[in-house]
Ligand binder design. Sequence first.
Ligand code: PLP
Length: 375
Amino acid sequence: MAHQWRGVIREYSDRLPVSKSTRVVTLGEGGTPLIEAPALSQLVDGEVWVKFEGMNPTGSFKDRGMTMAITAAVEQGAKAVVCASTGNTSASAAAYATQAGLTCAVLVPDGKIAMGKLSQAIAHGATLLQVDGNFDNCLDVARKLSENYPVFLVNSVNPNRIEGQKTGAFEVVDALGDAPDYHLLPVGNAGNITAYWKGYQEYSQPYTNPHPGAVPAGSEPVELPAVATRTPTMWGFQAAGAAPIVLGHPVTEPDTIATAIRIGNPASWEQAEAARDESGGMIDSVTDEEILAAHRWLSAREGVFVEPASAAGVAGLIKHHALGNVPAGKRWVITVTGHGLKDPQWALRNADGSDVEPQRVPFDVVAVAEALGLA
Ligand SMILES: *Cc1c(COP(=O)(O)O)cnc(C)c1O
């Protein structure tokens, strides 16, 4: 068989908590395109790349963590998994649990789940419960459920999720030959910024896996050499209506159109601050208007269609460029976290908020040519 990407566990087995007897649950996640963004590069007079995580099997970066979390759950004898979710975690958990033959329970907040994500969880046969509360309430219940009942929690507080997600940083370095100057991404529950920072750190030092990777062939623990010569400065962006880390206190009623980052009390708050401080970076907020403008920029100028939350990093770059905080001549990588088809309604609005209406034409070649400005 010709070479094909084998999923993040097999591709990076020597840096993940697996052994040669591990049964790997994978849908071929990772290996996502790192795309040069010409319009953004021109804007900032540098080199801007977007890591398009919407190209994962269920359409978001959550799959990187979920392959590891479900693989570990199976290894530990799990029969059922649970997660709280703003949508993408449930889509991913449901898909991977299905492949592993586990039952999957999903707790979603009241009324704020994008249709694409909900339909995925249902299609994969998850038991979906809509909780009267927000995401933070859902996570609280899911945690307590896993502490008191025979069910494994697969939210990003599960360290296996972070392990899997750190492979995003590995792929960036593998593609560019070294770490970029800056890495930007959206921040919700803050698992991903934690994971990227861990990945960049591990790749910039010699590394010995405490669980020697042995997939597919057995091997002894070996010290692996550093792959990157440096780590990037990390810039994370929360939505202005859900910006607890920026404000310095939890937000009890988080509110933003970017539902995937509509989180008022991030589980990995401290780790996100550590990533910020250790990298000399920042965590800032962007408004819904800035997010939608960046969403539109990505689709209309770069050819990359993402869901609104995914555009927060791009919104942050554009915001800080306008503020004069973006030095020229640098290399920037921005993780765009999920696919535009998850939540497509936002593309059907004009910048002024009105609906996009297709122009109607008669069944006539000349009329169509005229409408296209060809005649
Ligand atoms: C989960 C998610 C985020 C937020 O990631 P955290 O790890 O919770 O900070 C951002 N965008 C999308 C599309 C997501 O699914």
